[in-house]
Ligand binder design. Structure first.
Ligand SMILES: NC(=O)c1ccc[n+]([C@@H]2O[C@H](COP(=O)([O-])OP(=O)(O)OC[C@H]3O[C@@H](n4cnc5c(N)ncnc54)[C@H](OP(=O)(O)O)[C@@H]3O)[C@@H](O)[C@H]2O)c1
Length: 261
């Protein structure tokens, strides 16, 4: 099968031919139709998990996907993350632990749309839930994957949303979702604008402010039903064929990048 992979931590991505993976006990073998690109994928290639999980090389990144289960023909989407890390979704086939957050891919849903949903959509849903009855929220990094979903979900919940992109000034609000700070002082500077604040990069000294997404089948079903009802737009800025996907970490503009197999 063809895949996009890094030969080592920190290496550039290459198009490579690899043996198809074989499903072990309690695993599904999935023919991938589409995979979305998340910042987490780049962090994994750069070695973020090197001390906490076994890896295989060449390291195929990619957590989120939509595809067809070999054998049953069931169409699914969700979080296909597995250990050892490195058999990811930037590939024609992946094996997925059956207990992962997975949900049916509706027949009339574009696999690219479904693949764009899991990590960013579930994070956005849970971040907005964490805001409680806050009436206004600043979203810093509002035009990326998580931000573009969080803005829509918060507005649908009746909140006044102040989307913050590069160069925008912050204003005071009831709550803050900071999707961009990668150091404590940046986050603390932003958090001065709101009494309730969350970051997604684990930079706060206060663990209650460090958001960690918990995936679930229910959240995926909820997201796909929002999309089908026309209540959630999935902004896909780039659709890249697998053979051209070696540059997917180079930046993508607003919304999501999706690799099409
Ligand atoms: N903890 C968790 O459970 C969890 C879950 C999901 C995501 N995350 C993390 O959350 C972060 C955001 O994820 P994402 O998928 O939304 O990433 P993304 O799609 O790359 O979006 C980030 C957005 O922030 C913008 N941005 C960068 N620096 C900025 C600045 N100084 N001011 C305003 N906007 C800025 C980017 O603009 P440009 O395109 O111009 O750079 C981009 O639009 C990542 O670090 C990701 O790893 C964590």
């Amino acid at each position: 099968m063809w895949a996009i992979a890094a030969a080592d931590f920190g290496a550039d991505l290459d198009l490579v031919e690899l043996p198809e993976p074989e499903a072990g006990p309690n695993e599904l073998k999935v023919r991938v139709l589409a995979a979305s690109v998340n910042p987490f994928d780049r962090k994994v290639v750069n070695g973020m998990l090197r001390d906490s999980a076994p890896h295989q090389f060449p390291l195929v990144p990619g957590t989120d996907g939509a595809g067809v289960v070999e054998g049953s023909g069931e169409r699914i989407f969700g979080t296909f993350f597995r250990r050892p890390v490195g058999g990811g979704t930037y590939a024609e086939y992946v094996t997925v632990p059956a207990g992962n957050p997975l949900a049916p891919l509706p027949d009339d849903m574009d696999p690219a749309v479904a693949a764009a949903l899991p990590t960013a959509g579930m994070a956005a849903l849970q971040l907005v839930e964490s805001l409680g009855d806050s009436r206004s929220v600043l979203v810093v990094g509002a035009f990326g994957g998580v931000g573009s979903f969080a803005v829509q979900i918060a507005r649908a919940a009746g909140k006044r949303v102040i989307p913050i992109g590069r160069g925008d000034s912050l204003v005071e609000a009831d709550a803050l979702i900071d999707l961009v700070s990668t150091d404590r002082s940046s986050f603390e500077a932003n958090a001065r604008y709101a009494p309730l604040a969350f970051n997604t990069n684990y930079v706060s000294a206060d663990s209650a402010q460090n958001f960690g997404m918990k995936g679930s089948r229910e959240a995926l079903v909820h997201l796909s039903s929002l999309v089908q009802a026309g209540d959630l737009e999935v902004p896909i800025s780039r659709r890249v064929p697998l053979r051209d996907a070696v540059d997917v970490f180079a930046g993508h503009g607003p919304g999501k990048t999706v690799i099409i197999m």
